[in-house]
Write a protein that binds this ligand. Structure first.
Ligand code: XMP
Ligand code: MG
Length: 173
């Protein structure tokens, strides 16, 4: 496997877009408090950078889920970390690295809705709409990308490449 240069999205473009997303989020939510829920591990850097651009009071929590597709089932999503802050009545923003088929995010949003937040919105850094199976639409999208496997800025391939500052496509050698 090798990382393709130049990056699909540069580090500067990521930071500039995060500034725009923060502006949009602030306009939509006003100055009211926001509970940010970062989807680990891929959403780590995006959440950290977005959080620092938001000026309303924000709390931060984490969620972790993995999707397993059974032979005959549509796949199940196993949650291995759940927010510790009560989200009932809160304005909640889920922060994701990438929206692919939508299976993981769809399951997470269904389960988070059961906690009865006042509002539940979704922000994803990357969107691959061509791969979507579950009818899910993010409220905030950083970049819409083609159907390529990408790494960097939190995204991994077998736990490698998360530390790259930009987003690169990955190709077999
Ligand atoms: P679903 O299909 O549930 O998948 O929307 C979302 C999860 O799949 C992983 N994923 C990727 N990870 N580069 C990655 O590093 C990619 O191009 C990619 N596409 C999907 C990711 O963990 C995401 O949360
Ligand atoms: Mg991954």
């Amino acid at each position: 496997m090798h990382v393709i240069d130049p990056p699909l999205v540069s580090a500067a473009a990521i930071q500039a877009r995060i500034g725009e997303l923060a502006f949009e989020i602030e306009a939509d939510f006003g100055g009211s408090p926001l509970a940010l829920v970062c989807v680990l591990k891929g959403g780590l850097f995006f959440a950290a950078d977005l959080l620092r651009q938001l000026s309303m009071p924000v709390s931060l929590d984490f969620i972790r889920a993995q999707s397993y597709a059974g032979r005959h089932s549509k796949g199940t999503v196993e949650v291995s970390l759940w927010p510790s802050i009560p989200l009932h009545g809160e304005a909640v923003l889920i922060v994701e690295d990438i929206l692919d088929t939508g299976r993981t995010t769809d399951a997470l949003m269904t389960r988070l809705r059961e906690l009865r937040p006042a509002r539940l919105a979704l922000c994803t850094l990357l969107d691959k709409p061509s791969r979507r199976i579950f009818p899910i639409k993010a409220d905030y999208v950083g970049f819409t990308i083609p159907d390529r496997f990408v790494v960097g800025y939190g995204l991994d391939c077998d736990e490698r490449y998360r530390n790259l500052p930009a987003i690169h496509a990955l190709e077999p050698d």
